[in-house]
Design a protein around this ligand. Structure first.
Ligand code: F6R
Length: 245
C-alpha cells in the first residue's frame, strides 16, 4: 500500500483522474471499477472536463460499480445507477451497455443471489478490473463491506451497518424508504483488481484512515486489507491524514 498526502480534495481528485486517464489510454480494452458517494464526484467532474477537452475517450472502456441498494428501482433518484449516469456515463462517450452496476431491484433473495453471482462472472469474463476506485466509510468499509466482512468475500447481498444507514440518511427525504440492504462486490473481488486507488478527504474520515493504514489487519476495519495489495494507492487530503503518526 502506498500512501500519498496532498493539500486539498481537489488535488486528490486530480491525482486520481491522472491514474484513470493513464489506464484508459494505455489499455486497448480498459476495465474500471467505480464507486459512488460524495468523494469521487470531483474525480468524475475532472474526467468529464478532460474528456470534453478531447484528451481521451471512454469508447472501449467497461466499468463495474462496487455496489447498489436493494429494494429501489434502477431509475430511483438515489440508486447508484442513477448516480453514475448523472455524474459520469451520460456526460461522456461510454457505451451504456458497457457499464455494469449490480442489479438489485428485486426483493426475491434467490434472484438477488443469482444477480450477484452473474456480476462476479461478468467481471471475470472481461479479464478483471484494471483499476478500482474506492472511497472509505467512517466505519472503515469499502464498497458495502461492513466491519466483520470476510476478506475472502465475493459479490453478495449485505446488510448495511447502523452507522452506514445513518451516514447515508442525508440522501433520502424524511419518511422516504431507505434501503438497509445492498449487493456489493466482496473484499476478495476488490482485492482481485490489478490496481486500486482509494480516495479519502475531510476530517470525518481521519479515524478510519488511521485504522486502515496504521491499525492491524482486521475485518473490523475492512479497508485495512489494502495493506496487503501490491498496487493499492491511498490518496488523502491533509484533513483525512490528520491523525496519522
Ligand atoms: C460507494 C461505496 C462506499 C463509499 C463510502 C464513502 O459506492 O461503496 O464504500 O465509497 O461510503 O462514501 P462518501 O464518499 O460519500 O463519504
Amino acid at each position: 500500500m502506498q500512501v500519498i498526502i496532498l493539500p486539498t480534495p481537489k488535488d486528490v481528485a486530480l491525482y486520481a483522474a491522472n491514474r484513470v486517464v493513464e489506464v484508459v489510454t494505455k489499455n486497448t480494452n480498459p476495465v474500471l471499477g467505480l464507486a459512488t458517494g460524495s468523494t469521487p464526484i470531483a474525480l468524475y467532474n475532472e474526467l468529464v472536463s478532460r474528456h470534453r477537452a478531447g484528451e481521451f475517450s471512454f469508447q472501449n472502456t467497461k466499468t463495474f460499480n462496487l455496489d447498489e441498494y436493494i429494494g429501489i428501482a434502477e431509475s430511483h433518484p438515489q440508486s447508484y445507477r442513477t448516480f453514475m449516469n448523472r455524474h459520469l456515463f451520460d456526460l461522456v462517450d461510454i457505451d451504456l451497455s458497457n457499464t455494469y452496476v449490480p442489479l438489485a431491484d428485486s426483493l426475491d433473495p434467490d434472484v438477488l443471489a443469482r444477480n450477484a453471482e452473474c456480476y462476479e462472472s461478468e467481471i471475470l469474463w472481461t479479464g478483471g478490473v484494471d483499476l478500482q476506485i474506492l472511497g472509505i466509510g467512517v466505519n472503515g468499509h469499502i464498497g458495502f463491506n461492513e466491519p466483520t466482512s470476510s476478506f475472502a468475500s465475493r459479490t453478495r447481498i449485505k446488510t448495511l451497518s447502523k452507522s452506514t444507514v445513518e451516514a447515508n440518511k442525508r440522501f433520502f427525504a424524511e419518511g422516504e424508504f431507505q434501503p438497509h440492504l445492498a449487493i456489493t462486490m466482496g473484499i476478495g473481488t476488490i482485492l482481485s483488481s490489478k490496481s486500486i486507488v482509494l480516495m479519502a478527504t475531510g476530517k470525518g474520515k481521519a479515524q478510519a484512515v488511521k485504522d486502515m493504514i496504521e491499525g492491524p489487519l482486521t475485518s473490523m476495519c475492512p479497508a485495512s486489507v489494502l495493506q496487503q495489495h501490491e498496487k493499492a494507492i491511498v490518496i488523502l487530503d491533509e484533513e483525512a491524514a490528520s491523525l496519522l503518526a
